[in-house]
Design a binder for this molecule. Structure first.
Ligand code: SF4
Ligand code: SF4
Length: 55
């Protein structure tokens, strides 16, 4: 997963991620590949459509 510059910093993805794979510091937010299972919940919850699957 990658967080694009459409992120508004609402924090919804941080609270939603069951693996705590999204680091709360820095802009853009970093998704830790080692923890991410690719469940897609962060994409669903993001109001800014800012999270995308890595190509
Ligand atoms: S849910 Fe979307 S807009 Fe909110 S912090 Fe996460 S990436 Fe940014
Ligand atoms: S795809 Fe799932 S595990 Fe990966 S960052 Fe998003 S919510 Fe977390």
């Amino acid at each position: 997963m990658i967080v694009t510059d459409r992120c508004r910093g609402c924090g919804a993805c941080l609270l939603t991620c069951p693996e705590h794979a999204i680091r709360p510091h820095g802009q853009p937010l970093q998704v830790l590949d080692a923890l991410c299972t690719g469940c897609g919940e962060c994409i669903e919850v993001c109001p800014a459509d800012a999270i995308e699957e890595c190509p």
